[in-house]
Every structure is written in C-alpha cells, then in structure tokens.
Design a binder for this molecule. Structure first.
Ligand code: F6P
Length: 342
C-alpha cells in the first residue's frame, strides 16, 4: 500500500507529530509513505518526498510542518482536480491523508466524491470544526495567549493602562474564550456576540471604580461591532477559498477606548505567534492519536472519513459531516468567562 500525506491551510503546532505517527504506523504495517509538499499545491505541481523513518525522527516537538503548506485550492483552478488525480495515479498513491481545517478537508471530501481514497485529520488553531471536540493546534495557541496575558498583566498594572490583545479566530472565538479565561481577561470579545464599544468602556470604568486601575481586553480578530455588522478587515484581498484577511479590530478598539474613557490604552496583536512554537503535550498526543487512527482506517479501507475526538475517544465521521458545519463558541463557557468581566 502506498499512502500520500499532505498538510494544507494555515500551519499549527501538532502537524509534525501527526505526520510522524502516520509514517511510523504505516511503516510498521509495511506501507510506503509519500509526503506531498505544500498542501494541494504539491499535487498540482507534482512536488513530493519519500518519508522513511529517518525523515520523521526528531520532529515530535517541532512546530510547523516538515512538508510545508499552502492555501492552494485545486478546485479554484481550471483542470486543477484532474491534475491532482493524474499526479496521484502517477505516484501510485492508493490512499491519501489530508491534514487540515475545513478548506483542506473540503477538498479531500470533493476528491472522495470523485473516487479518490481520502482520509482527513482535523487541525486548526481555531478549533472550529463541529464534528470533533478538539482540533490539534488549538491548545498550543491557547497557551500562547495565556502566557501573553500573564506577561501583559504586570505591565498593564504598573502603568495603570488598558491593554487590548487581538487574537486569531475568524468566525469562532474559541481562542479568545479559552485564552481569555485561562489568562484572566477582564473582557472578551468574540465573533459570536456582537458588541458595542460602550459596553466595553462601561466595564473598564466599573473596574476602575473598585480600584482596579488596569484592564486586559481580549478581542478575536473576527469580533463584530453591533453597529458595523461586519468584522474589520486588513484589506480587500481574498484567498483561494474566498476568505478575506481579518485584522485591525484591536487597534480600532484601543483608540476608541482611550478616547471614550481617557485611560491610557495600548494594543497588542498576537498574530502568527499563536501558530508558531512547539506543540503542547495535549496537541502532541491528540495529533499522534489522530495519525494512528487515520492509518487504521486505511488498513480497514474505510475511506471518506475524518478522525475526530469525542470525549476521550477517537472516532471516525464522514468527511462530509466533518466539513459541513463550523463550531462556534459554547455560550455556557462564555458565560463562565463573563463572571470575571468588570
Ligand atoms: O485558519 C487559521 C488562521 O490562523 C486564522 O485564525 C487566521 O484568520 C488565519 O489563519 C490567518 O491566515 P494567514 O496565515 O494566511 O495570515
């Protein structure tokens, strides 16, 4: 059996542990593994490398992906899917593991519909896939936010400032909610709950009236002002999957807060720091379990599936189910975070 493996979309910590698990398990079963470079782009351009045991040794703790990644969508290009299929045949790949978020796995699902034996592994720092309790990458990103908030607390307190911390999360505020909750944020703004600047300023003033002269506000990049009804974007460019680049809500909020409350305010954009660095133990283990489960599905010839975490069990759902609905923040959890708002 010849297995292909690729990583697509935004990188995240945990990709290398997943690749390592797929290769090690496959080799144990006597399978061969071909690593496709740079996501779907490598299957359009025929760019790959053979993955043997040496290729995946020493990578468990490394962030990023040894295969490279891209946001290439073969279905956005004339003849793209046909090229992918032609190259899979050229390489003799009988089963393909795609590691990605909804975009990458959406392509895997479409290819499955065209007769390709695909399996999906869910990853994304955004944790926004509804069929799984957790995607790997999320826990590592949350830890970056938590550590940043720990560091920002002392400087905010020393200067009696408001600090606005912008984190990733396009349509779902999971990173903001988990990061803010674990790092003691005084207000958290998420895409699921449109907000007004007044409510944020009132909360800051309430804290000040009880003697707390600093506040940490966590805002997801996709948070929406109730009066604007859409998120703030960096520019009007759209990627191959139709996404605009978000960003700028933190700076905007910072200026408004300073204007309206008179408190000295600064903004910090955590940006791609949240996607870099070593995976946490949780992400290493989850990614490893997903990688092993994906190869088990191939062994059973159970294709068109995505591995997922439910409770503490790894299960398989259809790729279709894996990509159709996105998962937004659990409002019960957000209410817990609200208990700590000013
Ligand atoms: O999808 C993961 C993600 O990190 C989002 O949270 C963020 O909006 C986006 O990718 C950033 O993409 P890029 O790396 O292309 O700037």
């Amino acid at each position: 059996m010849k297995i292909g493996i690729l990583t697509g979309g935004g990188d995240c910590p945990g990709l290398n542990p997943a690749i390592r698990a797929v290769v090690k398990k496959s080799l144990k079963l006597g399978y061969e593994v071909i690593g496709i470079r740079d996501g779907w782009k490598g299957l359009v351009d025929l760019n790959y490398k053979n993955l043997d045991s040496n290729a995946v040794s020493g990578i468990l703790h490394l962030g990023g992906t040894i295969l490279g990644t891209s946001r290439t969508n073969p279905f956005a290009k004339e003849g793209g899917p046909q090229k992918v299929i032609e190259n899979l045949n050229k390489l003799g790949i009988e089963a393909l593991i795609a590691i990605g978020g909804d975009d990458t796995l959406g392509v895997a699902n479409k290819l499955y519909g065209m007769g390709i034996n695909t399996i999906g592994i869910p990853k994304t720092i955004d944790n926004d896939l509804s069929a799984t309790d957790f995607t790997f990458g999320f826990d590592s990103a949350v830890n970056v936010v938590m550590n940043a908030l720990d560091n920002l607390h002392s400087t905010a307190e020393s200067h009696h400032r408001v600090l606005v911390v912008e984190v990733m999360g396009r349509h779902a505020g999971w990173i903001a909610t988990y990061g803010g909750l674990s790092g003691g944020a005084d207000y958290i703004l998420i895409p699921e709950k449109p907000f007004t600047i007044d409510e944020v300023c009132d909360s800051i003033k309430r804290r000040q009236s009880t003697g707390r002269t600093f506040s940490l506000i966590v805002v997801a990049e996709g948070a929406v002002l109730a009066e604007a009804e859409r998120a703030v974007t960096k520019d009007s460019k759209i990627d191959a999957f139709g996404h605009v680049a978000l960003g700028g809500i933190g700076k905007f909020l910072c200026e408004e807060i300073e204007k309206r409350t008179g408190s000295e305010t600064r903004d910090v954009v955590l940006g791609h720091l949240q996607r870099g660095g070593n995976p946490t133990a949780f992400d290493r283990i989850l990614a490893t379990r997903y990688g092993i489960a994906a190869v088990n599905l191939i062994q059973k010839k159970d294709f068109g599936k995505m591995v997922a975490l439910r409770g503490n069990q790894i299960i398989a759902v259809s790729l279709e189910e894996g990509v159709t609905r996105s998962k937004t923040v659990d409002m019960e959890l957000y209410e817990i975070a609200e208990t700590f708002f000013g």
